[in-house]
Write a protein that binds this ligand. Structure first.
Ligand SMILES: Nc1nc2c(ncn2[C@@H]2O[C@H](COP(=O)(O)OP(=O)(O)OP(=O)(O)O)[C@@H](O)[C@H]2O)c(=O)[nH]1
Ligand SMILES: [Mg+2]
Length: 401
């Protein structure tokens, strides 16, 4: 059996010895086939909220909300800055498109080239152009200039995120974070854990990437930074056994969100996929009442490769959402549009750096604004929703007005 009560006692003792912010490690080396015998549990201070009264938590959450509003502005400006790296050429080609007066085959060819170059991919580009052609015909548009607005709107519509996309954050959820190596899985888990915890959620991490000891250590570092507990075993342990332990702990502790880090080795695709399947089976067998949210992390700088990775993973496992990282790098930005359009899976978070706050929910309107901000189309662009106007007005960095 899991023996949680006993461990909780041990945890309390260790906690009092080393202080709340230390990771407290308890190893049990029995590695039998029965996962329930196979534990290594690391406790942290995620229960800190339990000692606070409700008023304190509400006040703290209000402060966090204010802080988040401040950060959002910063995030938006930084997203724009990140996309600028790729936007120079995209901006130039996009602006040049409208120098043509007429909408003819050359115009459509150039538009196609511009969008493909911005990482939208052939399929999405074709969809956008087909859509544009229909609208041009319907609205009897003759001049290229009048297409700007239509193109921006079509692109934004490709990225719409369903209202229910983030419902999982308020349910008992196991978040399975998948993706090839180096894309930012562990880092994104760290950032999400910190943010969920700030919002008063009880969060737990599981180090199911047991391929390298360094991967476990990296997640431990993030667990310390985020102030949440982590369940781990040693290097080479069966990832499903780690998941079993983590699920048991999540149930016993009434955890809201359990974040599972997984390995991302490409050279071992079949094993990797089998491993994922096994982890999912353990979760559904041991924790049927939990919602499972499977998020794939993609490196935005890898362009069409990222799309291919998402395709491959989605062919073997269900994917509920996408995290695109490294949009502060050389990413061209179009990949966020292509992925949603081609796979019909929403981008839920985007990452623009290595700090805790550098990961946020994906907002299509903000994204399109960031991508197109310097295109001098603000006079005819009608895509800013009312609630965003104040926020955007205050962000000097957004439009040069
Ligand atoms: N600039 C930037 N770097 C990022 C971002 N997200 C992650 N990184 C960096 O990318 C590198 C890889 O991130 P990890 O989180 O270790 O990636 P992983 O997918 O867990 O990698 P494996 O465990 O090897 O499969 C680290 O140096 C991160 O700091 C981002 O949004 N922007
Ligand atoms: Mg990792």
């Amino acid at each position: 059996m899991f023996g949680f009560g006993k461990k909780k006692k041990e945890e309390e003792n260790i906690t009092s010895d080393y202080g709340l912010l230390n990771n407290n490690i308890k190893d049990i080396d029995d590695k039998s086939e029965d996962y329930s015998q196979d534990e290594k549990v690391i406790f942290n201070d995620s229960d800190i909220n339990e000692s606070k009264n409700e008023k304190e938590i509400i006040k703290e959450n209000e402060e966090i909300t204010n802080e988040d509003t401040e950060k959002k502005k910063g995030f938006f400006a930084r997203l724009k800055e990140g996309l600028t790296k790729s936007r120079n050429s995209f901006a130039e080609s996009f602006a040049n498109l409208f120098k043509a007066n007429e909408i003819d085959d050359d115009f459509y060819d150039e538009l196609e080239e511009t969008l493909v170059m911005a990482d939208l991919g052939v399929e999405t580009t074709e969809k956008i152009i087909d859509d544009l052609k229909v609208k041009v015909k319907e609205q009897k548009i003759k001049e290229a200039e009048a297409c700007k607005q239509l193109i921006v709107n079509i692109i934004r519509d490709q990225m719409s995120v369903d209202d229910t996309a983030y419902d999982f954050e308020d349910k008992k959820t196991v978040v399975l974070v998948i993706g090839v190596n180096g894309v930012g899985k562990t880092t994104s888990i760290g950032k999400l854990a910190a943010q969920y915890k700030k919002r008063g959620k009880k969060v737990l991490m599981a180090a199911a990437d047991t391929f390298r000891a360094a991967a476990i250590d990296q997640l431990k570092t993030w667990s310390n930074r985020a102030g949440v507990d982590i369940i781990a075993q040693g290097e080479g342990a069966d990832p499903s056994a780690v998941v079993y332990d983590a699920v048991s702990a999540a149930k016993s502790r009434n955890t809201d969100i359990l974040l599972i880090d997984t390995a991302g080795r490409l050279h071992n695709k079949k094993n990797l996929m089998d491993e994922l399947g096994k982890m999912r089976r353990v979760i559904s067998r041991e924790y049927p009442e939990a919602n499972v949210e499977s998020l794939i992390v993609l490196d935005g700088t890898t362009g069409q490769n990222a799309l291919e990775q998402a395709r491959q993973f989605s062919s073997v496992t269900e994917i509920n959402g996408i995290i695109i990282t490294k949009l502060d790098g050389t990413a061209k930005g179009g990949i966020a549009i292509a992925i949603q359009s081609e796979l019909n899976v929403p981008v839920k978070y985007i990452g623009i750096g290595e700090q805790v706050d550098d990961l946020q929910r994906f907002d299509p309107t903000n994204y399109v604004n960031a991508l197109f901000a310097d295109f001098d189309i603000k006079s005819d662009i009608e895509i800013i929703v009312d609630s965003d106007i104040e926020k955007i007005k205050n962000d000097d960095d957004l439009f040069d007005v």
